[in-house]
Ligand binder design. Structure first.
Ligand SMILES: [Zn+2]
Length: 507
């Protein structure tokens, strides 16, 4: 094949792949491939041609795995990127399916080939091509401004990607500044009264558990023997506030955006001594809002100190000595609140179980997932034993921050669990409360929202405050959401939960 044809075919394929990579989730349009191709054609003699090719390919190589798993740049992608730490980054890289890595390598190889091949473009079409570029460059923004009065959504993928990315970064930075402002101030809880019947309250925050893979909620493998057999209250329809850790927990544990008004500061004002014991990251490049809530506790302990540590796969059970210590010390006037933040079933799920599982189900990753739920159930059972040993009047609450959804892994029939806001299962989580004096198994089927968590929490502990409206009795079957449940999606928009489709059963 002659060099010119080979190079043109290579460049055209490269641009197509780049558009698919960083514009995954947008509509792929061949006209925009021609558009980018034409620009490169016009400046083919210049060194800028190669620079553009390298930049486009570079962005595609880096963004491709993120784009394929989580779609276009949005508030959530940027927030996760900013608050992640080294361990989470390593885990993310380990979790990238091989097909995306292969595609990234293919883009790199094509880019290398395009830069190496030398050729000249015939001049006779130049005028026509310049005309085409000008028409598309004008028509695309014009169409959008007329139709939607919006220049962010202009169809040209390079523009769309860059503007979505910068828009999301701007949005995130604004939000972060607002939250930091609140976090640096004292809480504003007033007239806090405590009338709780227990003196030891334990909140266990699970991670990435969807309830349909739990035996307690009807799943076929018995991976929740403790919760199955223990007396207490099960919420059958608790819907998390978001489908990833940050939006879910900031909206549940605090009076968002006022992060200073949170479960820790509320408990402290009620005369409880507070502990925050976490297996999640402490410092990323920027401290996460969740760990900053934790640091408001009288005593806090983070297994991961943020920096790279040789033992990266800390297990949740490694928290037990610290949990035992906090259970056995009594310092508060009215007792204590111990918040335990787990890694639970976070992907890659086999890291959570040291690559082990008792029963194979679906595929290896899912088998580890089911096992990780069993491990959390075992941990809850261990905590209950520690509590019982102290003869204290205790109550323990367990829920998960959000669920997960399936994503098709490759051409063959194989799926993986990922964070997603696309399906109901990403929001349907377990919620279970047990106490030393629980004497029956009770189920609450009325819908409960993660956005009203603070109300539910204060009712459970027995706290009243002027700032917390408790118009509903959350620990009963009363309908507390007559207008339906709302959740936050990845764009940080509040939407109706009912609008979200249910993913059909895969395994
Ligand atoms: Zn999470």
């Amino acid at each position: 094949m002659n060099n010119n044809i080979l190079k043109n075919v290579a460049i055209f394929s490269l641009i197509s792949l780049c558009h698919i990579a960083y514009a995954y989730g947008f509509d792929f349009k061949i006209i925009y491939v021609f558009f980018t191709f034409s620009i490169l054609y016009i400046i083919s003699k210049s060194v800028i041609n190669k620079i553009i090719l390298i930049i486009l390919s570079g962005i595609s190589i880096i963004y491709l795995p993120v784009g394929f798993l989580y779609g276009e740049p949005n508030f959530n992608t940027v927030a996760s990127l900013y608050s992640t730490n080294t361990i989470e980054s390593i885990e993310f890289l380990c979790n990238i399916p091989i097909k995306y890595i292969t595609l990234s390598f293919f883009i790199a190889a094509l880019c290398f080939l395009c830069c190496r091949l030398d050729c000249s473009f015939p001049k006779k079409y130049r005028r026509f091509i310049i005309f085409f570029v000008v028409v598309v460059a004008i028509a695309s923004p014009l169409k959008n401004i007329i139709k939607r009065n919006n220049i962010v959504n202009i169809g040209i993928p390079e523009w769309k990607f860059a503007s979505k990315l910068f828009h999301s970064i701007k949005e995130f930075k604004l939000e972060k500044k607002k939250l930091e402002g609140y976090m640096n101030n004292a809480d504003t809880f007033e007239n806090v009264k405590f009338s709780g019947k227990y003196n030891t309250y334990v909140v266990v925050i699970g991670e990435s558990v969807r309830k349909d893979y739990m035996h307690m909620y009807g799943f076929e493998i018995n991976n929740t023997p403790f919760m199955d057999s223990t007396n207490g209250v099960r919420f059958l329809n608790y819907i998390s506030a978001g489908s990833s850790t940050l939006p879910s927990l900031t909206n549940s544990l605090t009076q968002y955006p006022n992060l200073s008004n949170n479960i820790i500061t509320l408990a402290k004002k009620a005369g409880l001594y507070t502990y925050w014991i976490s297996n999640q990251g402490f410092i990323g490049d920027i401290e996460s809002p969740i760990s900053s809530i934790g640091r408001k506790a009288d005593e806090y302990f983070f297994l991961k100190k943020g920096g790279y540590n040789s033992k990266i796969k800390y297990q949740d059970s490694d928290l037990l000595p610290k949990i035992s210590e906090s259970i056995n010390i009594n310092k508060g006037v009215n007792g204590k609140l111990i918040v335990i933040h787990l890694m639970g079933s976070h992907t890659p799920t086999c890291h959570r179980t040291n690559d082990e599982f008792d029963i194979f189900y679906g595929n290896i990753e899912l088998s580890c997932y089911i096992q990780s739920i069993k491990n959390t159930d075992k941990l809850l059972s261990n905590i209950q034993s520690l509590l019982t040993d102290t003869n204290s009047m205790w109550s323990m609450m367990y829920f998960s921050d959000h669920g997960l959804s399936f994503n098709k892994k490759s051409i063959k029939h194989d799926y993986e669990l990922i964070h997603s806001d696309a399906y109901k299962q990403s929001f349907e989580v377990p919620f279970f409360i047990t106490s030393f004096d629980s004497n029956e198994k009770k189920s609450i089927s009325a819908e409960r929202s993660g956005l009203s968590f603070l109300g539910l929490f204060s009712e459970w502990i027995g706290i009243e405050s002027k700032n917390i409206l408790r118009s509903c009795h959350y620990l009963s079957d009363e309908d507390c959401n007559p207008e339906g449940i709302k959740v936050y999606n990845y764009k940080n928009h509040k939407i109706d939960f009912q609008q979200i489709p249910r993913q059909e059963k895969i395994y």
